[in-house]
Design a binder for this molecule. Structure first.
Ligand code: UDP
Length: 469
């Protein structure tokens, strides 16, 4: 489509990985569908783009364009750097090609705004040079945003590591968290990841707005406090729950025939077990999980990865280097042949959650997975691993009534008896029924929020009006 000078144009800059691209692309789709706005998604790269990324970008409507920034040279990055460091490095190294891209976009369009995520906040300075509105796309919960708003004050008032704080930290509009449950980026205050996140938190009040991938009905009190409290200078837009629509771009096919297997199971009988795009467990923990599932007697579909000491070892690949099935306890597969399906590394999670046979979800509490479960009305068992998942698990179990908790023992292990009990409780117990009822209500609320007149739809309209003023 020929870009009219009148059509407002915005640039969206997701950081590498699918976890942010997908909700940001969904946001772009909603924006252009209902408003005279066009979008360019600007993609940082380190080589040729992954197939999954291309498949998302190529499926977008014609008023959402995309362009790739020049490939970043990764030689200066220390070997074995953690995912957060890698992503921040790529975003930082892409700033100069971002300038070139914005120059070119501005010469052809009525470019008015730049939207970036938490790893892209240095691009705020670039947006200023181009006189653009600066928006943060926050792909986590309103609770995590509320915590981020309070971080500068917490930093000022605290001299020790947060994990050593004697008292829990109360997040405005949400619950209290022990220091060690706070999100991973704030766990080591001397670390450069902490410094980067603190800088982001200080920049929040300089933004023209923050879009949050959550919805008012899910986190009512937190949004109320966010919109009237510390953040009242910065417009907050609850625009979720935005999850991938259409076929799974990362694995369009279903080589393990999960869906066919689910077709043959009774309604609501299967527990999906999945630890996100990169979650990994230790060998001992895999064994406990296997035995716990078996002991529960309930059907399960387990997306299994090879063991690793690091809990997000498969973050960039999403798959294991070795065959994960070789790490299961002896005889487990033959004993559970009728009870469960084991899928190595990756499966179409949204399709599984939307299947009528799926009745529960044992999840690592990644925010995308949580929203996907809510959208499909599936009650959860919370088993957090890394990032902000411990905080998510706490609100999911204590504030939002979305999940039961799989508690760890003093060695950080979730024992087979705990897994057995949690699965049974979720699938047949009183608490499970309560959670299931609440999640089903929220499924309806999520659907409403995104449709005409719904809270998130209205938020997108307010955002568009702010752009077009
Ligand atoms: N996912 C999937 N298949 C898998 C594992 C994960 O499709 O086997 C998708 C899942 O549906 C979600 C995303 O990967 O959209 C994981 O995002 P989340 O925020 O839950 O966790 P993260 O991977 O960022 O830890």
């Amino acid at each position: 489509m020929e870009q009219s000078q009148k059509t407002h144009h915005i640039a969206i800059l997701p950081s590498p990985g699918m976890g942010h691209l997908i909700p940001m692309a969904e946001f772009a789709k909603r924006l252009v569908k209902h408003h005279p706005i066009s979008v360019t998604i600007i993609i940082p790269t380190t080589g040729s783009p992954p197939k999954a990324q291309l498949s998302v970008l190529e499926s977008l409507p014609e008023n959402i364009h995309h362009l790739f920034l020049s490939s970043v040279n990764m030689d200066r990055l220390p070997k074995g750097a953690r995912p957060e460091i890698v992503i921040s490095f790529i975003m930082q190294a892409s700033l100069s090609s971002l300038r070139d891209a914005l120059t070119s976009l501005k010469s052809r369009n009525n470019l008015v705004a730049l939207v970036f995520d938490m790893f892209g906040h240095d691009s705020m300075e670039v947006a200023k040079e181009f006189n653009l509105f600066k928006f943060l796309f926050f792909p986590m919960s309103a609770m995590a945003l509320s915590f981020t708003f309070m971080l500068p004050k917490l930093d000022e008032e605290t001299s020790c590591e947060y994990k050593d704080l004697p008292d829990p930290v109360k997040v405005p509009g949400s619950v209290s968290f022990s220091g060690r449950d706070l999100m991973a980026p704030v766990q080591i205050r001397t670390d450069e990841v902490y410094k980067g996140y603190l800088l982001l938190s200080k920049r929040l009040t300089l933004l023209d707005g923050v879009m949050v991938n959550s919805f008012e009905e899910l986190e009512q009190e937190t949004f109320r406090v966010l919109c009237t409290g510390a953040a009242n200078q910065t417009p907050i837009y609850p625009i979720g729950p935005l999850i991938q629509a259409g076929p799974d771009p990362t694995n369009g096919s279903d080589p393990d025939d999960c869906i066919k297997w689910l077709d043959n199971q009774p309604d609501g009988s299967v527990v999906l077990v999945s630890f996100g795009s990169g979650g990994t467990l230790s060998l001992d923990q895999i064994h406990e999980l296997a035995l716990g599932l078996e002991m529960s007697g309930h059907k399960f579909l387990w997306i299994v990865r090879s063991p690793d000491k690091v809990s997000n070892a498969s973050f960039f690949s999403g798959s294991s280097k070795t065959d994960p099935l070789g790490f299961l306890p002896e005889g487990f597969r033959s004993r559970t042949i009728k009870q469960g399906l084991i899928v190595p590394s990756w499966a179409p999670q949204i399709e599984i959650l939307s299947h009528k046979a799926t009745g529960g979800f044992l999840t690592h509490c990644g925010w995308n997975s949580t929203l996907e479960s809510v959208v499909h009305g599936v009650p959860m068992i919370a088993w957090p691993l890394y990032a902000e998942q411990h905080m998510n698990a706490k609100i999911m179990t204590e504030a939002l009534c979305l999940a039961l908790r799989a508690e760890t023992d003093e060695n950080g292990m979730v024992r087979k008896e705990v897994i057995e009990k949690a699965v049974k409780e979720l699938m047949e117990g009183h608490e499970g029924k309560k959670i299931s009822k609440r999640v089903k209500e929220l499924k309806g609320a999520a659907n409403k929020a995104l449709n005409n007149g719904g809270s998130s739809m209205e938020s997108v309209c307010t955002f568009a009006e702010q752009l077009m003023k």
